[in-house]
Design a protein around this ligand. Sequence first.
Ligand SMILES: Cc1ncc(C[n+]2csc(CCOP(=O)(O)OP(=O)(O)O)c2C)c(N)n1
Ligand SMILES: [Mg+2]
Length: 304
Amino acid sequence: MSALSAEHATIPVMGRLAPHTGRTELLAHIAEAARQIRIQDLKLVHYAGAGHIGGDMSAIDILATLYGAVLNVGPDNVEDPERDRFILSKGHVAGALYTTLAAFGFIPVEQLATFLKPLSALNGHPNRRKVPGIEANTGPLGHGLPIAVGHALSAKLDVSPRRTYVLVGDGELQEGSNWEAMMAASQYQLDRLTVVVDRNRLQQGATTKETNDLDPLQDKAAAFGFAVVEVNGHDHGELLDVLSSVPFRPGKPTFVIAHTHKGHPISYMSNNVAWHHKVPSTAEFELALEELEAAAHPRFAKEL
Ligand SMILES: Cc1ncc(C[n+]2csc(CCOP(=O)(O)OP(=O)(O)O)c2C)c(N)n1
Ligand SMILES: [Mg+2]
């Protein structure tokens, strides 16, 4: 296997479609972005020989929808105080975030070839001081949601319409800090805060159920004062609808349970706990690439 190099950083820059683009065209654009992000992310993990590919694949449809059609942030306004904020709390899927940022023009595509190399800005966990578009340093689980609550409270105090989104892992929700932050979000009626849970039901090495069960998650989040909504986390249309509806319920923060599969949609990887941070062999890489390259857009939706 050759080491990660410039020839492996090939994702096309997708960019954003014009405002008022029709829904069908927009969803096709997001689906193609997600497919390209998966192909590039697979190459990063395979050639770098490290990464968290299962959780990357689980989250990519959510990332592509947010950056492709929801967040009012792009390469030209990453410093604008009124930009929307997105925080990747499950920071171990940094590779998926870097690839998404490259797909939407925040960082040069060639920079992806530095992933995990000594002195690279593209570390195993995201660093806001090194990479444009990253809002928080994450990796130690349980901190992104509290940071997001701070951002949302700050926006409210500014009487600003800017929105805050945070993506958490479901295993990550076992950290108590999340629930303290959720109490505060509800207390301050932060209805421009959206928490998205990547509900793949797996964590590192086991299911969430056998580790520290979260269910009934919707009832718990509702009891903490959130408006709760469940979506297929691989369906861009469902994601787009809910993520664009802010506030979802006036006066309440939103808790989106996005049902996903770790490793989706790669046949041998999907919903397989072994793929938390395993690296595909050459044969596994080739099979995954073939599947992703052959995949038509609809294959990514309505599969759960
Ligand atoms: C505080 C903390 N404990 C342990 C880890 C090591 N760790 C990295 S990812 C992970 C599993 C996370 O599972 P989940 O939140 O469900 O993420 P996903 O399934 O989306 O990969 C663990 C335990 C960590 N990063 N931070
Ligand atoms: Mg999980």
